[in-house]
Design a protein around this ligand. Structure first.
Ligand SMILES: CC(C)(COP(=O)(O)OP(=O)(O)OC[C@H]1O[C@@H](n2cnc3c(N)ncnc32)[C@H](O)[C@@H]1OP(=O)(O)O)[C@@H](O)C(=O)NCCC(=O)NCCS
Length: 173
């Protein structure tokens, strides 16, 4: 059985060779993600084969950062939230290399993002994990993991803190 690792994005990873099929996300990964990590704007982690040679081919990635949101009316938000903005974790981007779509890697990345968001929230507070889906199909992908749309265009979705601690998801491929 293949084994995988989730690592902080670094110079050891092949950013240039990554292509998910969604150009805006790929450009962010190739050109912006490392700089944001170095500056503390956001943290990008990559999924790689456990025994990958250098530079390591990237199977997928996701990016987390802090966010403040006015979530009082959101479905699943805790009761009695203050009216002003409250802290949460943002899953800003997530993608799988196109040649590996349909193998369960996307689910694996969502599970890892949820676990990290849970660990952050139990240490520093936060009401849950917010995701900004790039398009409607991506929004349906997140709905499959229990996220609920919270914006009129349905592209911002939310998973409350109590739903974040889950079990590991094993890829199919
Ligand atoms: C969306 C994406 C991350 C899915 O990754 P993946 O590795 O192919 O997904 P998985 O194989 O882990 O599938 C997990 C589940 O999601 C479902 N799913 C996969 N892609 C989906 C999509 N586009 N829409 C709805 N559901 C989807 C699968 O059917 C599967 O459900 P199941 O377990 O009930 O069979 C991948 O297609 C991708 O990187 N797309 C381009 C970039 C992008 O759109 N990113 C989202 C931007 S926020």
């Amino acid at each position: 059985m293949s084994s995988y690792a989730i690592e902080l994005l670094s110079a050891a990873h092949d950013r240039v060779g990554f292509a998910s099929g969604l150009e805006s996300v790929d450009r962010y990964f190739r050109e912006v993600a490392r700089g944001h990590l170095e500056k503390g704007v956001s943290i990008t982690r990559v999924l790689v084969g456990a025994n990958a040679g250098s530079p390591k081919p990237v199977l997928g990635f996701f990016t987390l950062s802090g966010i403040v949101v006015e979530a009082k009316p959101w479905p699943g938000a805790p009761k009695g939230l203050p009216s002003q903005a409250v802290p949460a974790v943002l899953l800003g981007r997530l993608a799988v290399a196109a040649v590996h779509h349909g193998k369960g890697f996307g689910a694996m990345l969502v599970a890892a993002a949820c676990q990290l968001a849970h660990e952050t929230i139990v240490r520093t507070g936060g009401i849950g994990l917010v995701v900004d889906a790039a398009h409607q199909q991506a929004a349906s992908f997140y709905v499959g993991f229990g996220f609920k749309p919270v914006s009129p265009d349905q592209l911002r979705l939310f998973l409350p803190a109590k739903s974040l601690a889950g079990t590991a998801i094993i890829p199919r491929g």
